[in-house]
Design a protein around this ligand. Structure first.
Ligand code: DOR
Ligand code: ZN
Length: 345
C-alpha cells in the first residue's frame, strides 16, 4: 500500500474568501497548502471593477500570514452592465484573472447576476479576443425547472448557445454535479473544462436529505443522485485534463446555515486535501491525484504548474477542527463522514 505521496503544490480554481472577520479566519485554511486560488467576486456589494478587484486583493494579501506566497487570482462579477472596455483594461493591467457568470438569483449574493444572456455578448467577445476565461455557475433559475435538473437545463439552454456564439471563449463549467455535465465537457473542444468540488465527490442527495435534513451539506448546485456522484468520481480520478479541483469552499456562519432558510455552501478548505487523498485512494487512483489538484488546472488556464511539492503521508486518523472560530461566529468544517488518514506536510 502507498503510504507517502509527493505531488506538486495544489491550486484551488474556485474559492470563496468573503471579507472582514471571515476572510481572516478562513484564509489560512487555504493558504496553508494551496499556492493559488481563483477568488469568487460574490461579495455584498459585488466586485464589479478592476479597481474593486485590486482593493479586494490587497485586503486578502493583508490578511495573509507574514511570508506567505499564496496568490489570489481575482475575478469580476459579470452583470448585464459590465463594460467590455473595463474588462479589457483590467486584464491588461493584471488586475483580474477571469470573469464570473452568475445567473441572477442562482446562489449566494447573485441578485446582480445575468437574466438576459444576450446582453453579455459584447463582453464575451472582448473576453474571447483577450483570452480571458469565463467561470460559470451553471444553473438556470426558472421556477418551473426542478432544482435537480437546473444544471442539465443550463447546459442545453444557456451554455451551449453561448459557446456556439463564442467558440474561442475559454469556459470553465464550475462545480459540476451531473453525468450530463461530465459528458458535455468530455465531448467539447479544449476551450471547455470543468471544476469539481470535494464535497460533490463525497455526498449525494440522500446524505443531504434522507436521515434528517443536514444544512451543512446544502450547497448549490445541490448534490444529486448517487449515479452522478459516481460519474464525478470517475471524471476526477481518471486524470483527464479537462477536470480539475475547484473546492467552492464557501464559509457561512452556523446561524446562517442552521436556519429556516439556510445559506448554500460547504466549507471544505480545512480538510479538502485529506478528503481528496482518501477519495483517490478509494478509487485506486492516487497516481492521478496530482493531475486533478495541481496540473490540469494550470494547463487549462495557460499557467505553469507549481514547482514546489507537498508530501502526503498515510498514518493514524487525521485530527482537524470541527469548527473554525471567527470574531463574528463559528463556521462548521465539512464532515466527510469517514476517517481521513492522509496527513499533509
Ligand atoms: O453552495 C454555494 N455557495 N454555491 C455557490 O455557488 C455560492 C456559494 C457561496 O457563495 O456561498
Ligand atoms: Zn462558488
Amino acid at each position: 500500500m502507498t503510504t507517502t505521496l509527493s505531488i506538486r503544490r495544489p491550486d484551488d480554481w474556485h474559492l470563496h474568501l468573503r471579507d472582514g472577520a471571515i476572510l481572516s479566519a478562513v484564509l489560512p485554511e487555504t493558504a496553508r497548502h494551496f499556492a493559488r486560488a481563483i477568488i469568487m467576486p460574490n461579495l455584498d456589494p459585488p466586485i464589479l471593477t478592476g479597481e474593486q478587484a485590486v482593493a479586494y486583493r490587497e485586503r486578502i494579501r493583508a490578511a495573509l500570514a507574514k511570508g506567505s506566497d499564496f496568490e489570489p487570482l481575482m475575478t469580476l462579477y459579470l452583470t448585464e452592465n459590465t463594460d467590455p472596455n473595463e474588462v479589457a483594461r483590467a486584464k491588461r493591467n493584471g488586475e483580474i484573472f477571469a470573469l464570473k457568470l452568475y445567473p441572477a438569483n442562482a446562489t449566494t449574493n447573485s441578485a446582480s447576476g445575468v437574466r438576459d444572456f444576450s446582453k453579455i455578448d459584447a463582453v464575451l467577445e472582448t473576453m474571447s479576443e483577450a483570452g480571458i476565461p469565463l467561470c460559470v455557475h451553471g444553473e438556470v433559475t426558472d421556477d418551473d425547472v426542478d432544482i435537480f435538473d437546473r444544471e442539465a437545463v443550463f447546459i442545453d439552454r444557456v451554455l451551449d448557445p453561448i459557446r456556439r456564439r463564442h467558440p474561442e471563449l475559454k469556459v470553465t463549467l464550475e462545480h459540476i454535479t451531473t453525468q450530463t455535465a461530465v459528458d458535455y465537457v468530455n465531448a467539447a473542444t479544449t476551450k471547455l473544462a470543468a471544476s469539481i468540488t470535494v464535497h460533490h465527490l463525497v455526498i449525494n442527495r440522500n446524505d443531504l436529505l434522507a436521515s434528517g435534513i443536514r444544512p451543512h451539506y446544502y450547497c448549490l448546485p445541490i448534490a444529486k443522485r448517487e449515479e452522478h456522484r459516481l460519474a464525478l468520481r470517475k471524471a476526477a480520478t481518471a486524470g483527464a485534463s479537462k477536470f480539475f479541483l475547484g473546492t467552492d469552499s464557501a464559509p457561512h456562519f452556523d446561524d446562517g446555515k442552521e436556519h429556516p432558510c439556510g445559506c448554500a455552501g460547504c466549507f471544505t478548505a480545512t480538510n479538502a486535501l485529506a478528503i481528496l487523498a482518501q477519495v483517490f485512494e478509494q478509487e485506486d487512483a492516487l497516481d492521478k491525484l496530482e493531475f486533478f489538484t495541481s496540473r490540469n488546472g494550470p494547463s487549462f488556464y495557460g499557467l505553469s504548474p507549481n514547482q514546489e511539492r507537498i508530501t502526503l503521508t498515510r498514518a493514524d486518523a487525521v485530527a482537524y477542527p470541527r469548527k473554525i472560530d471567527t470574531q463574528e461566529g463559528q463556521i462548521t468544517v465539512f464532515n466527510p463522514n469517514m476517517p481521513l488518514y492522509w496527513h499533509i506536510d
